[in-house]
Ligand binder design. Structure first.
Ligand code: PLP
Length: 349
């Protein structure tokens, strides 16, 4: 790990103005990811270097998704009926400055003993409706392999639990940590899915491609979650390149996420229209499987809502007029009497 002062020396800037920011929200960066920075203020830099705006932001919430309120057991978040989110680690390979869980950057050690796992496991085991668990954190793939194995084994003892998903930035942020041995261990717990966090085409390197290849070769379906970030990736050309490159390394783009309303992250937030514009411009221009869902994770833990650009321009008794991907207006015939139901479905519901 690099200290902020070593990093500042290398990049020849004065770190003093950033010291108060790093005191509140610690700086964390590893040499691999630092090596992806091409110039000061670029898309990699902006993701990891503290910004004075983090302390002046008055708009956000410490816990925008109300994860603490929705937590029935330590580190467990239960929002939707059939699935739970389990934060099994507090550490990451680096600190993304836009992190939705900045409040948890406490530096306290990750829980270690089996007893720490028991309340969450008991909660899941007692509820048959829970069929899907998402492991996140922090980064589950940074746990000691035995610890992760222990967690996965305990989950697999719960008969009604069908699907295990892991959210990780390791294949992107510290790809050397992905080994065939780790992939083989994970593959003994299928059906197991891995969602990787990639934000910019510069993150797709020979090393991250190799990490994804190891995992995909172990039969682990790979998805990616990208956060839409001002000054990092808020353009259709950057995202088109990212999503296409992801597909080419066998990672299927899953979510493009609107920035959460997290305190200390306002400088990253884009207008909602940016995400909609990107979807509209990319649809049909890049391969279908390279298109993610654009979602807003609503404040207060009210769930993720998908948003789609509205391509319907007009609805009348006989037809609707839609705009296709080239901007051409096209007619599509409606069934008799369909108009009101369609209108209600589109807007007035
Ligand atoms: C995002 C999230 C999930 C999973 O949502 P999917 O749409 O199934 O990927 C589950 N629980 C919580 C608390 C979440 O934030």
């Amino acid at each position: 790990m690099l200290s902020l002062h070593d990093f500042a020396k290398k990049w020849e800037f004065d770190p003093a103005p950033l010291d108060p920011v790093a005191a509140r929200y610690p700086f964390r960066l590893n040499p691999y990811f630092e090596g992806l920075i091409q110039s000061r203020g670029d898309a990699i830099w902006n993701q990891v270097v503290p910004d004075a705006g983090e302390l002046s932001d008055q708009s956000g919430f410490e816990d925008p998704l109300s994860e603490e309120r929705l937590s029935p057991a330590p580190n467990l978040v239960h929002r939707y009926p059939n699935r739970v989110l389990w934060l099994v680690n507090d550490r990451c390979a680096l600190h993304c400055r836009f992190c939705t869980r900045k409040r948890r950057w406490t530096g306290r050690p990750a829980p270690e003993g089996p007893s720490d796992l028991k309340p969450a496991l008991d909660y899941i085991a007692a509820r048959e409706q829970i069929v899907d668990v998402l492991l996140s954190g922090g980064d589950p793939l940074l746990l000691a392999e035995e610890r992760l194995h222990q967690i996965l084994s305990k989950l697999r003892e719960i008969k009604h639990l069908q699907i295990i998903r892991i959210g990780s930035r390791v294949p992107c942020a510290l790809p050397g940590a992905v080994t065939p041995r780790l992939a083989a261990m994970l593959s003994s717990f299928h059906p197991l899915y891995l969602n990787i966090h990639f934000n910019h085409p510069l993150e797709i390197t020979a090393e991250s491609a190799r990490a994804c290849s190891i995992l995909a070769n172990a039969g682990i379906p790979l998805g990616s979650q990208t956060v839409l970030l001002r000054g990092v990736n808020d353009s259709e050309t950057i995202l088109a390149e990212l999503f296409h490159k992801l597909l080419s390394i066998r990672v299927r783009p899953y979510y493009l996420m609107q920035m959460d309303l997290t305190a200390g992250t306002a400088h990253f937030r884009t207008p909602v229209s940016t995400g909609l514009r990107v979807l509209r411009l990319l649809r049909n221009r890049i391969s279908g499987p390279a298109m993610p869902h654009f979602v807003i994770d609503l404040p207060g833990g009210r769930g993720k809502i998908p948003l789609l650009p509205n391509m319907i321009r007009e609805i009348n008794d006989k037809e609707m007029i839609v705009e296709n991907y080239t901007g051409e207006f096209c007619l599509y015939p409606l069934l008799e009497g369909e108009k009101d139901a369609l209108k209600a479905e589109m807007a007035e519901r």
